[in-house]
Write a protein that binds this ligand. Sequence first.
Ligand code: FES
Length: 98
Amino acid sequence: MHDELICRCEEVSREEIEKAIEDGAVTTNEVKRFTRAGMGLCQGRTCRRLVERILSEKTGIPLSEIQPSTYRQPVRPVRSDLIREHKENKSEGEVNDE
Ligand code: FES
């Protein structure tokens, strides 16, 4: 049977998430630590609700009581000279980013 991919960023399957729960994970953060589901580029935007639903199904904890996992904002470092250049262009009216 083809296994369902739940976290596309970290390539974590439903089977891996269910195994983590069988191994003792009872919170979304524990599932995340066991499997890396939710640690990818989108920081769980795509997979978070699916992981919560699987956790609820496997543990019997109502979905409304499943705490969302922690996550970081998906940010990337930006060189300071690019910010300065952007500000200069904006003040000269060359950039319209509103
Ligand atoms: S799909 Fe899971 S972190 Fe992006």
